[in-house]
Design a protein. Structure first.
Length: 247
């Protein structure tokens, strides 16, 4: 056998040995047998946050009873409960884990399980949050008045996962209020590693043309396949100089 064939043969033997060791470690070396990770995928978020749950079902793979001493998550976004009583050989731990998502981004967490025997297991969870309402406006309420200092300005922010430029939205303003706005402008790029979408913005300005309006109003912003964004308009009284809030 020449040197090249001998080298290839040794590589094959090493690969077989590594696979065999991994299998022995998987079936006989782990205290718990079962899937130790869970991916929630993309999770719709309702304001202000959404909590999702996964229950890990793991078998006692040792030759002795196991009792959990602690279950410590690496992230404050994660909570868990665990059985306080010991689990016999071959029986199952049911460990619920909750992940709180409050932003449109990827969240990962590790939960370190420690047993009274000194053994340890790491659980892993992750999920990508996405707000069901992808549009937000700043400020969330627009104060509006007449006079030289009248008018109100705002910026609409859109979280966008589409491959093409988003369509321009449809604005509906109450009678007596005129709105001026531009088209979507690209603001920031997506970050695939952090699960963060693109951000687009629109600037708008409102003008009060009907002085007889006395009650607060609402205007709407509509985009295809998205919930309607409703924006409160707070009407404020002014005097001839444009000063607000006089008696």
């Amino acid at each position: 056998m020449d040197k090249k064939k001998t080298y290839i043969f040794l590589l094959v033997l090493i690969a077989i040995a590594c696979i065999a060791w991994a299998m022995l470690e998987f079936y006989f070396g782990r205290p718990l047998l079962g899937k130790l990770s869970h991916d929630f995928g993309t999770v719709p978020i309702e304001q202000p946050y959404t909590i999702v749950e996964h229950v890990f079902t793991l078998k006692n793979n040792t030759d002795h009873a196991l009792r959990l001493k602690s279950a410590t998550p690496s992230c404050g976004c994660t909570t868990t409960e665990w059985p306080e009583s010991s689990v016999s050989v071959g029986d199952v731990f049911a460990i619920p884990v909750h992940l709180k998502l409050r932003k449109s981004q990827l969240r990962k967490s590790r939960i370190r399980l420690e047993f009274d025997t000194g053994e340890m297991v790491i659980l892993r969870i992750e999920g990508v949050g996405r707000f069901t309402q992808q549009m937000r406006i700043s400020p969330p309420q627009l104060p509006l008045s007449m006079g030289p200092l009248g008018g109100a300005k705002g910026v609409i922010r859109l979280e966008w996962d589409g491959e093409e430029r988003p369509e321009n939205p449809i604005f509906q303003f109450p009678e007596g209020i005129v709105g001026e706005f531009d088209a979507w402008r690209f603001a920031t790029s997506a970050d695939s590693h952090k699960g963060i979408p693109e951000i687009w913005t629109i600037r708008l300005r409102l003008v009060l043309e009907d002085a007889s309006l006395k009650t607060n109003q609402v205007f709407t912003v509509t985009m295809p396949e998205m919930p309607v964004l409703e924006v409160p308009i707070l009407l404020e009284e002014t005097d001839a100089t444009g000063r607000i809030g006089l008696d």
